[in-house]
Design a binder for this molecule. Structure first.
Ligand code: UT7
Length: 331
């Protein structure tokens, strides 16, 4: 059976840099608190209203296709992972397909939050391996900045998130020994309310009311300590699962791209697995948590630094749902 590979990967972040000091002007917080708790020093926000997740994805997709040595005409499907779609419907995949000038190819939206990119990668992997499609664009893109509450009530969440996008072109691996070797996906809906954005909600009539707005249900809510506990347990667990699938060991891993929710989580996970710091991608310091985009951004920065060449790469994510996922890819 043929194997699928990430043939090219790229990212795009908006130019507007928002520092911790900028946020401290809007609410009671400090650079020291944010750095100590999360590792984040700055994040990127869209420059102006009117820029959606599909707009951030566009330059990342063009560059990923170029890095893969393909043209946009070669793309036969799009998988778009986001928790902040441009609009409620249709999916951002359809919007992106039109912006890329592609006609009639399928566009699937994936709603698995921080694990969304790996969930999307698993779909592309299955399509390419089965021969359903040859070249699939897998995208993770988010605009968080328009949906955060920059005041006392929202400060615990607002300081953590940033805008950004990453994209990978997945196609047939030219070398059957290389490519996507294992992907494992998990979910546990028992934790759904530990990290969620409840309103507008279709189960409620009306879906949104002044009362709900006053309660701030249109903003994300997180039980940070509980999510932290699960993340540090499930990320090493899924990493060990994908390593066991491939018969590889930690010593074989050249580059580890964990989801970027918290620098402390990543340090904890890397230490639990015994992966040295210099092998770990940690862009949370500069971009904050870009949910579905963190892993393709980490891969893209690895690509640019030459770290993916002939490398064995480990991915692991944990987030809202709960969902968690891992992958091993040989470049
Ligand atoms: O990608 C999705 C997955 N998400 C995650 O994996 C996130 C996991 N959780 C975390 O990363 C951490 O729990 C946080 C970084 C979110 C929070 O760190 P924490 O050590 O759990 O802090 P906390 O929520 O317990 O808050 C500690 C204190 C509280 O004050 P009191 O009750 O001790 O007086 C908060 O009110 O810090 C206060 N606080 C803040 N202070 C300054 C909360 N937000 C802020 C803030 N600035 N922005």
């Amino acid at each position: 059976m043929r194997r699928a590979q990430i043939l090219g990967v790229a990212h795009y972040v908006p130019s507007r840099v928002v520092t911790n000091a900028d946020l401290a002007k809007l609410m009671t917080t400090t650079d020291e608190w944010i750095v100590q708790r999360s590792g984040i020093k700055e994040r990127r926000f869209i420059e102006k209203s009117g820029i959606g997740a599909s707009d951030l994805a566009l330059p990342a997709c063009r560059q990923a296709v170029e890095r893969a040595g393909r043209s946009l005409d070669d793309v036969d499907a799009i998988v778009f992972a986001t928790l902040s779609p441009d609009v409620t419907f249709p999916g951002s995949g359809c919007l992106l397909q039109h912006k890329l000038g592609l006609k009639s190819i399928p566009a699937l939206d994936v709603r698995n939050q921080c694990s969304g990119f790996i969930y999307g990668l698993s779909v592309a992997n299955a399509w390419v391996r089965s021969g359903t499609y040859e070249n699939v664009l897998v995208v993770g893109a988010e605009v968080h900045s328009t949906g955060l509450e920059f005041n006392e009530r929202g400060r615990a969440v607002a300081v953590l998130f940033g805008d950004g996008a990453g994209a990978a072109l997945v196609g047939v691996s030219p070398d059957p020994d290389k490519g996507i070797r294992s992907i494992r996906l998990h979910a546990d809906g028992a934790g759904a309310e530990d990290l969620w954005l409840p309103a507008p909600m279709s189960k409620n009539d009306p879906r949104i009311s002044h009362e709900m707005l006053d309660q701030g249900l249109q903003f994300p809510h997180m039980n940070g300590k509980q999510v932290f506990r699960w993340a540090v347990e499930k990320m090493p667990e899924v990493a060990r699962e994908v390593l066991a699938d491939t018969g590889l060991s930690i010593a074989d891993i050249d580059y580890f791209v964990p989801h970027q929710a918290n620098l402390r989580i990543n340090q904890f996970v890397a230490a639990a697995l015994g992966i040295p710091e210099e092998k770990v991608a940690n862009n949370i310091v500069r971009y904050g948590n870009t949910t579905a985009a963190t892993i393709p951004i980490g891969l893209s920065e690895g690509w640019e630094a030459g770290k993916l060449e002939n490398a064995t790469v480990l991915l692991a994510a944990f987030g809202s749902g709960y969902t968690w996922a891992g992958a091993v890819i040989r470049f």
